[in-house]
Design a protein around this ligand. Structure first.
Ligand code: T4K
Length: 403
């Protein structure tokens, strides 16, 4: 791929796009297709497609081993995992939650008639800021949901101390954090429970899928009942439940992915190091750091664009990238508190969320994963460098394009 050297070559200025085919954030990792096909043939031959089949049970065992947790309750997606976990933990009233997260974290609360109380995130970690949590606790607060955003573990110790002090339940949304650690221990072992997502775009996918993981035996029992309509035995319902079951074909995909998970992470890590090298020294562009001492899955490549120094806003940089067929994403714009129905229910929320508001305007995610090639990373970084170094020249072109 020939690097672009002048503004006129940029697709946003009328040049040819860098990529003929769109380069996506969240391109699924597949793993060994032959093994997947064999598993699918096997489950078809056995005609056992869902309802706690043998692949789901094996997937749960393998994930539990990988994390070192007692219980893995596999479900149909991460959102349902959140809903079941919130309900099984008995959360009611108000729950403190970041606004800088995917909508599902907050929707799960509202869906169950619980008031989400938005808390700001830490500017460095982008995760729930423990210094801001305590001031939001009221007599109606029953719990906290903290998100290990980008796979970076929250400040688990401080959040656990607050939860203990105030007798609150602590749930971690670990949708991004399969394969990540906190102080050397795998994510999945903290709080009362943690929720994983195995959506297609995650480092490990089951097409759609998720799990609630916990070391609490009673909670695991309630979760298992809830995901299967409250059935205790073949024909005995003992409590209210929903249909949150994972299908066998999803578990087959998950088992296949698990066999290659170390390679997926190694590829992501290589891309991350490459991005770090290529983006170094570009003014106003900061690659979110990944801890040297913890395990990470490197699934999210996160850039913070500081317009005062880069000369180009995050949104204009996205426009430049999109024109080149590089589908960078504005995760998690605009912050849940600015989405319906929350913006109408809590119109004042933004006033206490300065970091969330800043990040929602300045952060973008770049592609990674097994389909991305090293030369793609170099080309993407070349476009970012060109856009920043020629931001003055680009400005009139971008403003003409919006008119
Ligand atoms: N908590 C947090 C913190 C989360 O981030 C999420 C989900 C959840 C909870 C809930 O878990 P799930 O219920 O989803 O299991 C995507 C994912 O759909 C979502 O799982 C994820 N977080 C979120 C961060 O990203 P969108 O709206 O960006 O999806 P979409 O369709 O635009 O796909 C993202 C990119 O991936 C696209 O540019 C195209 C590419 N893609 C996507 C799919 C589905 C592919 O190349 N192939 C595919 O099959 O939400």
């Amino acid at each position: 791929m020939t690097p672009k050297t002048g503004v006129a070559e940029l697709a946003v200025a009328g040049g040819e796009p860098m990529f003929q085919q769109t380069i996506h954030v969240g391109r699924p990792n597949i793993g060994d297709r032959q093994r997947l096909r064999e598993r699918i043939d096997d489950l078809l031959d056995r005609r056992w497609l869902t309802n706690n089949g043998q692949y789901v049970q094996e997937f749960e065992r393998r994930v539990a081993l990988r994390i070192g947790v007692r219980h893995v309750v596999a479900v149909c997606n991460g959102t349902v995992a959140l809903e079941i976990a919130v309900r099984a933990l008995g959360l009611t009233g108000e729950v403190i939650v970041p606004s800088f997260t995917f909508a599902a974290t907050v929707h799960a609360l509202h869906w169950l008639g619980i008031t989400p109380v938005f808390c700001d995130v830490h500017p460095r970690t982008h995760t729930l800021d423990p210094r801001r949590v305590e001031e939001l606790i009221t007599p109606r607060t029953t719990g906290l949901i903290a998100v290990h955003l980008w796979g970076r573990a929250c400040d688990v110790d401080d959040l656990s101390a607050i939860a203990n002090r105030h007798h609150l339940k602590l749930l971690f949304d670990a949708a991004h954090a399969f394969g990540c650690s906190y102080q050397g221990r795998m994510v999945g072992n903290f709080g009362n429970a943690e929720v994983l997502s195995f959506h297609a775009t995650k480092v490990l996918n089951t097409f759609e899928g998720g799990a609630v993981v916990t070391n609490d035996d009673d909670l695991a029992d309630r979760l298992r009942l809830m995901r299967n309509m409250g059935f205790r035995t073949l024909d005995e319902v003992v409590s209210v439940g929903t249909n949150g079951k994972m299908s066998e074909v999803s578990a087959a995909m998950g088992l296949t992915g698990l066999e290659s998970i170390d390679e997926f992470i190694a590829v992501n890590r290589r891309h991350y190091e490459h991005y770090r090298h290529e983006l170094a020294g570009i003014p106003g562009i900061t690659l979110a750091p990944v801890s040297e001492t913890e395990r990470s899955n490197f699934q999210y490549v996160v850039l913070d664009v500081d317009e005062a120094h880069s000369g180009i806003s995050r949104d204009d940089l996205i426009r430049v990238l999109h024109a080149e067929n590089i589908k960078a994403r504005r995760y998690f714009f605009p912050g849940c508190h600015r989405m319906p129905p929350y913006r109408d229910l809590y119109p004042e929320a933004g006033a206490s969320l300065p970091e969330t508001e800043r990040l929602a305007e300045s952060v973008l995610c770049l592609p990674t994963g097994e389909t991305l090639r090293a030369e793609d990373v170099a080309a993407i970084c070349g476009i970012v460098r060109l856009a920043v170094s020629h931001s003055g020249e680009l400005r009139p072109i971008l403003s003409r394009a919006t008119r």
